[in-house]
Design a protein around this ligand. Sequence first.
Ligand code: HEM
Ligand SMILES: *[C@@H]1O[C@H](CO)[C@@H](O)[C@H](O)[C@H]1NC(C)=O
Ligand SMILES: *[C@@H]1O[C@H](CO)[C@@H](O)[C@H](O)[C@H]1NC(C)=O
Ligand SMILES: *[C@@H]1O[C@H](CO)[C@@H](O)[C@H](O)[C@H]1NC(C)=O
Ligand SMILES: *[C@@H]1O[C@H](CO)[C@@H](O)[C@H](O)[C@H]1NC(C)=O
Length: 340
Amino acid sequence: MASSTSPAANAAAGVLVAMVLAAVCLHCLAAQLCEDYYDDTCPNAYDIVKKVLVDAHRSDVRIFASLIRLHFHDCFVQGCDGSLLLDGVPGVINSEKGAPPNNGSVRGFPVVDKVKAALEDACPGIVSCADILAIAAEISVELSGGPKWGILLGRLDGLTANFQSASNLPSPFDNLTILEKKFRDVGLRDPVDLVALSGAHTFGRAQCQFVTDRLYNFSGTGRPDPTLNSGYRAFLTQRCPLNGNGSALTNLDPTTPDTFDKNYYTNLEVNRGLLDSDQILKSAPEAQGVIAPIVDQFARSQDAFFKSFAQSMIKMGNIQPVTDPSMGEIRCNCRKVNDS
Ligand code: HEM
Ligand SMILES: *[C@@H]1O[C@H](CO)[C@@H](O)[C@H](O)[C@H]1NC(C)=O
Ligand SMILES: *[C@@H]1O[C@H](CO)[C@@H](O)[C@H](O)[C@H]1NC(C)=O
Ligand SMILES: *[C@@H]1O[C@H](CO)[C@@H](O)[C@H](O)[C@H]1NC(C)=O
Ligand SMILES: *[C@@H]1O[C@H](CO)[C@@H](O)[C@H](O)[C@H]1NC(C)=O
């Protein structure tokens, strides 16, 4: 060993230290999510999820929409902790699946189970169920024609469910003030988040029960919603007849039902939003200052929508993740807490 270290060697050593530090930092600082979380422990995680989703989509074109909605309903309820995925256990877990916004409405759980099984096969005990929902959401958007983004990972699965909070998820009957408050309450304070994330209604389906009041008795007036395009209303009254089956389905985006594009916003511009909570973003008096101009912007520019959507998805995925190992775990089965 040379006893005298040259300045060059010192510099080289310094660079090495910096590189090691950078590697450590890249691999998630404490309590932070990062893109390369599974790069060493489950490098093919993304491709494994993608394969299961592509397979599922062959027999179920709706599945991509259903999966991103699971991530939304997970993250808005005590953070992105996989709590939505827990089945009920009497006296222990009051499953969020039974809460009114979810019951008979959210779907896709068997596909999440398939993803989990495939990941357990490849890298047992490594990828959390909360991260599966975040990965599945991104892949679902991408495969439907939407933007890609760098998915932040490293969430643990929580140990509890929160039925009451799940019951308070945004409702299609909430007014704009309430919707903005519900987004603010989970840390999504920028009105762009509400407008951009609502753009996920560019694909998927909704049940007739959520539009019958707009068709037949809006706000107890006995009349249809005046902010509903008359041609679209004629179409919807066929699909959703008065006293018909409230569980019958209609497309959230009547123009391109399974494509992730800006048509949600172009529809709003001509009063073809399906849910009242969609159309108010353009039409409510309270929307005219800040919210409606964002709708206009996204209706003009798909690029602007995609950029904001990707940013807001990352923000939504960052709602209160569990990163402290004493507060969470990697579930073996997404439906139940380990050792229960
Ligand atoms: C702004 C507040 C929101 C409200 C009031 C709302 C409400 C709804 C309702 C009522 C449905 C139809 C459910 C059914 O008929 O069973 C639905 C479907 C859907 N929502 Fe939302 N939503 C909101 C925000 C979001 C967000 C933030 C996302 C994702 C980022 C999202 C993604 C979806 C998707 C993709 C579907 C279709 C699901 C499927 O076909 O299985 N929604 N939403
Ligand atoms: C969910 O809906 C089903 C069918 O409508 C109903 O029987 C069940 O009681 C509901 N679950 C909860 C927890 O309310
Ligand atoms: C929104 O709904 C809440 C609760 O129903 C109500 O108190 C409030 O007055 C409504 N705001 C507007 C602007 O309609
Ligand atoms: C419309 O709704 C109001 C208030 O909910 C109700 O009193 C009225 O009977 C309804 N009208 C019709 C035609 O269903
Ligand atoms: C209502 O529609 C749903 C979904 O299409 C279907 O599963 C159900 O059997 C229908 N119920 C009736 C009474 O027709």
